[in-house]
Write a protein that binds this ligand. Structure first.
Ligand SMILES: [Zn+2]
Length: 266
């Protein structure tokens, strides 16, 4: 997480690049915005319940539009590009599936204009997750899990065949070792961002890409050889993304499915 002093110096830098009237408005907001920054950064856990500062009118507009300058310094590594660079693996931090090419305001800038360029509030996402979150959650105020909520979780993501032969279904199952509140935010993320569908589409493509390999393995060594291969394939996503990474869940579940390993379902 970027330090408060770094965040404040970005705020001052961007304000200094605005037109004189806007700059004056931003300067008048500075102490309230820095208090909001401090509150966000020092919040114990994820700041789901942080209260907006209540900026409206021209102050809100000036703060919101600061964001447009975040990636526009010619010839320099911009804050925007640094966030993408620091995003290991380059994938969306919500679905952990598709390439991250946009930034999502975790606390939406419509309601929290004061946080529009706080880098701790910016999450590298794919356009689909960004759009789904904006349309479904910003107004309704449904708390969506922050990427950090995925750390240290027990296995809650599962996959099964809804119909033999075709439809794969991903779902989250509650575990009594995680709180209801935490599970609710994770579940909101899963349903509102349509992750069952996203993981399903990606899974079909992962399996199709391996069609020939699976057929060859099966004709040489039967279901056991297929299962062993799938267990191997589960290792790398487990190391990089943990038990709840969709790709780990996919391969691990397929490796344990005797019908699939016998190529009965594909
Ligand atoms: Zn995504």
């Amino acid at each position: 997480m970027t330090s408060l002093s770094d965040e404040l110096s970005t705020l001052s830098d961007i304000a200094s690049r605005r037109r004189i009237n806007t700059r004056a408005i931003l300067n008048a907001c500075f102490s309230s915005v820095s208090a909001a920054y401090r509150e966000f950064i020092e919040w114990p856990g994820i700041p789901y319940d942080l209260q907006p500062r209540g900026f409206t009118g021209e102050a809100s507009r000036a703060l919101r539009t600061n964001y447009e300058l975040l990636g526009s310094r010619e010839g320099q590594s911009t804050i925007r590009s640094r966030i993408f660079l620091n995003n290991k693996g380059g994938l969306c931090r919500y679905c952990r599936c598709l390439p991250a090419t946009t930034l999502d305001h975790f606390l939406p800038r419509e309601h929290y204009p004061e946080l529009s360029i706080l880098t701790s509030n910016l999450i590298a996402t794919c356009p689909d997750c960004n759009r789904n979150k904006r349309s479904l959650c910003a107004i309704a105020g449904v708390p969506i899990a922050h990427p950090l909520e995925h750390e240290g979780l027990p296995r809650i993501l599962h996959m099964y065949f809804e119909e033999r032969g075709h439809k794969m279904r991903f779902e989250l199952r509650q575990m009594n070792t995680i709180s209801t509140t935490r599970f609710t935010t994770l579940h909101n993320q899963f349903t509102k961002l349509n992750l069952n569908w996203v993981f399903g589409v990606m899974s079909v493509s992962e399996i199709s890409d391996r069609g020939q390999i699976l057929t060859d393995l099966h004709s040489d060594g039967g279901a056991r050889a297929v299962s062993r291969y799938l267990q191997e394939e589960a290792r790398s996503p487990l190391t990089s993304g943990g038990f709840n990474h969709w790709k780990y869940v996919l391969f691990d579940s397929l490796a344990r499915d005797p019908y699939f390993c016998d190529l009965g379902t594909w």
